[in-house]
Write a protein that binds this ligand. Sequence first.
Ligand code: DX5
Ligand code: ZN
Length: 219
Amino acid sequence: MFKLAPSILAADFTMLGEQIRMLEEAGADELHIDVMDGIFVPSISFGMPVIKSIRGASNLFFDVHLMITEPVRYLEEFVKSGADGITVHAEACADLKETIEKIKELGVRAGVSIKPETPIAVLEEVEPLLERVLVMTVNPGFGGQKLIPECVEKVKELARHREKTLGRYDIQVDGGISLSNVKSVFEAGAEVFVAGTAVFRGDILQNVKAFKEEAGVAD
Ligand code: DX5
Ligand code: ZN
């Protein structure tokens, strides 16, 4: 499986609706929505009002990546705003299991993300509940960073672990994904690729197509 999830953090917000329509037309698989609170990560991005307004303009799957402290406080609001899937950070939750159970109760896809320094062992208590694991390939907080090569090793480790334990979640990567590294990260075992800069810089349609060609899944 190969899926592309462009991150709107890199979009031109003066024409967000139009750019989302272009992504949809180009065959993007999900729309990645980065929410930052200025506490869990240094930066602040956007929140519910933006998600609500684009929800009315797109049928894409909304993949909401919450880089916020104690996300359990806001899960319901994000679902009401239009999230189809919510990924929380293991490092941001006092009770990760309770948080994941709540996401599932709300009827959306549940995911957990881990920062580059966080070992995959933290997933253990929630693994059977998960539909997605997001392995960050940069330190979360900003778009436009360079992929950290050690994180690709972590993807391999997780893919091996999933095989052994018969895990049913998909493996997503986020940060510094580009046309020059997507193939090797795909071969390492990742299945869902977030890309901000590499999709929005230049021609969106061409970029989405080029990603699919690079992964060998172009139609
Ligand atoms: C980083 C965000 C990413 C970011 C990716 O904290 O989670 O989704 O937007 O941007 P690029 O692809 O530019 O690294
Ligand atoms: Zn993200």
